[in-house]
Design a protein around this ligand. Sequence first.
Ligand code: ZN
Length: 105
Amino acid sequence: MSAVHSPVLSSSESARAPLVGAPAGTRQCPAPECGRPLSPRQQACSGRCRALLSRVRRATRRQDRDRRLLRLAEQGARAFREILEALTTEDAMNATTTPASTTPR
Ligand SMILES: [Zn+2]
């Protein structure tokens, strides 16, 4: 049963993945939906791809910055909440143990 070799399958498989199976060391144009081979010094295969890439990079950088700012804002909000909690608990402790009016300056 398993004596039948399948050359059709293997050949179709090798033909199916030309982009993924690129030899190591060959860089490809990183532009979306391009993937053309690059010479070592090239950033992109063409001026169009380079412009596209710079636009993508700028958008990505903006996204990164937005994400970072959002994270900072979240951290700030959390810190603010912690500060508030600390202050309120401190106030509560002050109110129960030592009156704030008698605390020396
Ligand atoms: Zn390209």
